[in-house]
Design a protein around this ligand. Sequence first.
Ligand code: COS
Length: 385
Amino acid sequence: MAVEVTPQYGLTQEQLDFLEVIRQMVVEKVTPRAAEIDETAEFPEDIRELFADHDLFGLPFDEQYGGTGTGHLMLCAAIEEIAKGCASSSLLLAVQDLSSLPVRLFGSDDLKDRILPRMASGEWLGAFALSEPEAGSDPGAMRTRAVRTEGGWILNGAKNWISNSGVADMYVTFAVTDPDVKYSRGITAFAVLADSDGFRIDALEHKMGMKGSPTGQPVYEDVFVPDENVIGEVGQGFRVAMQTLDRSRLGVAAQAVGIAQGATDYAADYAGERIAFGEPINRLQGIQFKLADMETTTAASRELLYRAASMAETDDPALGKYSAMAKLFASDVAMDVTTEAVQVLGGYGYVKEYPVERMMRDAKLTQIYEGTNEIQRVVIARSLA
Ligand code: COS
């Protein structure tokens, strides 16, 4: 009997076909590179080129700017596929989404024309510079200052934990423009080009996981930013950041779902091959129960993510709450599932010849960045008040 292919969650057949191309590409070209990327902690230029050649950087963008115009759900599904094989590589797409969202949501037409096509093609990478050494969960406490000058602003300060440090061409930078009012009205967002005088990247971090994605400290010393590069209205930067994060957290959730599925698939295959007590260990209930819980919680994460992603298509007022719930739930599941995958592999799980210890290290970051899971709980609880 012929099986009818049902378009899932509103993805068209064309999008499902594109997803299949991505899936093949990941299996053939990305997954085999994952261990080396982790080991060397080098930015994977070859994967960046591969993604650019396959139009993957276009996924977050409208067609008008050279993007695929395929929406949030398709972007999340693509991030998930890539994260199954290599979470660091999936961050290339997630950060391109995060760093372009302020311009897409709030930028002038001129700014969009100058920046978005270059990001959609992959010619430019972006970075989102909000956090500071003393202002991570509480971005309202930032100290980076922007002072008015003729034709623009002079920026001074330093950011911290910024993805794509050193490889980005454009840094969306948040700075205090009016210290005398509440931060929600005294911060402004700027598009700072990497080749601006006075801009540099200080030390890069040595991280536990996601090692193929450089994280560092952008420093601004009397950096001039022209008025044309202000994103949105002066004084509205905090809102720009919050509305961006309401959408970009979907990308972290997608990454977490991908990591969890990758670990589940690997552990299930291993359990079918590994013999103990005279039979494959997947016949032992102790292992079956683990695999069943891993598959079930990963599937539940995906449902919540896809629901949240479809709300982004319609700008649903509950999007912020749902993206926080998807990020919270999926990243906690990814941590649990990858820890269990290590346990299923036993001693083999703990060594680098097998990918699950890397997946466990990568999963940890999804509980921390783009708002710790404690912050997600604050966002969710406030929506109930
Ligand atoms: N969309 C639009 N506006 C928002 C908003 C949102 N999602 N969330 C808050 N705001 C507005 C509020 O309406 C308020 O406006 P007014 O001052 O004009 O009334 C203002 O922003 C301040 O809001 P609030 O008082 O809720 O801010 P808090 O300082 O208490 O912080 C949290 C709120 C904790 C949610 C915020 O600081 C946050 O998200 N922190 C985590 C940041 C983060 O994710 N960092 C990771 C690094 S970035 S990759």
